[in-house]
Ligand binder design. Structure first.
Ligand code: SF4
Length: 333
């Protein structure tokens, strides 16, 4: 099966008063259809910037300054009398009007905080009807409600709750509604950005299981962004480890957990609790990620890396094939 998405040498900068912060530096990842790619790393490492770049909603003052985001369109996109034929398009250069159609119809994004995306003044049913009929004027209100009911049912929300307002739902139920809205236009790519961070662990586990079931049901391809590697162990096919805006390691999930290569990946994994090994001592990574407005020479991880050599302090490691079969950016390989 081919790639649905291919991010190539993507570079994103935030032009702040304190200087230019390179949030992503030449990042390349591919996403075969019907697979889940996990993006992991500490807060501020660039994983959300990568997700937001794909839908071209990098928060201000972020700018995509280089690279390509190649997406395989399922249908022609029509806007303002123009047609973009189906097939591969570069999302970086796509006109904004076309991107607006593509968001929701081809790519859905689930944000961390559902309350910021729901309108407190209208019912859940109205959210669905408005979204579906705006994008598909030929769909009747009745049909839109039927589609909404089917999706919400898969997420454990009873049809009678559709006439409720967002504030009448718990945090977990609101996030389920957001997931349902994300799927309402039948997208092919779902980007879930820390979708369960603000929820308790039981609700988190339930929602992640539901997302994975919906992925199968709707033939979705998915990007799951989280700082929690334990979540990715269960739900991702491949994992990209990002640090200070650079791709450090990319491997299939089993390989990454069984045979991590990059010192940063190893450090992240040593901080993951394992209920099967209660005797495991949890480690932490000393220091903090670098200030991206003052980029370091050499490997961005060198001030925190126990394996760093003089070469690491002056020369940036290229991304190369790792002995485990994935990709790694480290002078040890
Ligand atoms: Fe550590 Fe050097 Fe590898 Fe960077 S390149 S992770 S500093 S060993």
């Amino acid at each position: 099966m081919g790639d649905l998405l291919s991010v190539r040498n993507l570079t994103v900068e935030y032009r702040t008063r304190r200087g230019v912060a390179r949030a992503l530096d030449n990042v390349s990842v591919s996403l075969p259809e019907n697979t889940t790619l996990g993006l992991a790393g500490e807060s501020g490492c660039g994983k959300s910037t990568l997700g937001r770049s794909i839908i071209r909603l990098v928060p201000y003052p972020g700018v995509i300054v280089g690279g390509e985001i190649i997406f395989s369109l399922r249908n022609d996109i029509e806007y303002d009398g123009q047609v973009i034929p189906k097939g591969e398009v570069d999302l970086v250069t796509l006109p904004e009007e076309a991107m607006r159609k593509l968001r929701g119809e081809e790519i859905a994004y689930i944000f961390q905080d559902p309350m910021t995306s729901l309108n407190p003044m209208i019912t859940i049913a109205d959210h669905f009807v408005e979204l579906i009929t705006t994008h598909n004027p030929e769909v009747t209100e009745e049909e839109a409600l039927e589609r909404a009911g089917e999706i919400l049912d898969s997420l454990g929300i009873l049809p009678e709750r559709m006439t409720d307002y967002p504030h009448q739902f718990s945090g977990g139920m609101r996030q389920r509604v957001m997931i349902g809205l994300g799927l309402a236009l039948r997208p092919r790519l779902l980007i879930a950005d820390e979708p369960t961070t603000s929820l308790d662990v039981i609700v988190e586990a339930q929602i992640l299981d539901e997302i994975t079931q919906l992925k199968e049901k709707f033939n979705l391809t998915m990007i799951l962004i989280t700082h929690n590697l334990g979540v990715l162990a269960q739900h991702a096919d491949n994992i990209a480890i990002i640090y200070a805006g650079r791709l450090m390691e990319l491997a299939d999930t089993e390989t990454l957990f069984e045979n991590p290569q990059h010192p940063y990946t190893k450090a992240l994994l040593s901080a993951v609790p394992d209920v099967r090994k209660p005797e495991k001592k949890l480690a932490w990574i000393p220091g903090a990620p670098p200030d991206l407005t003052k980029p370091l020479e050499g490997c961005m991880y060198h001030p925190r890396c126990p394996m760093a050599t003089d070469r690491c302090r002056v020369e940036q490691p290229p991304l190369v094939k790792s002995p485990s079969g994935g990709l790694v950016a480290c002078h040890l390989y």
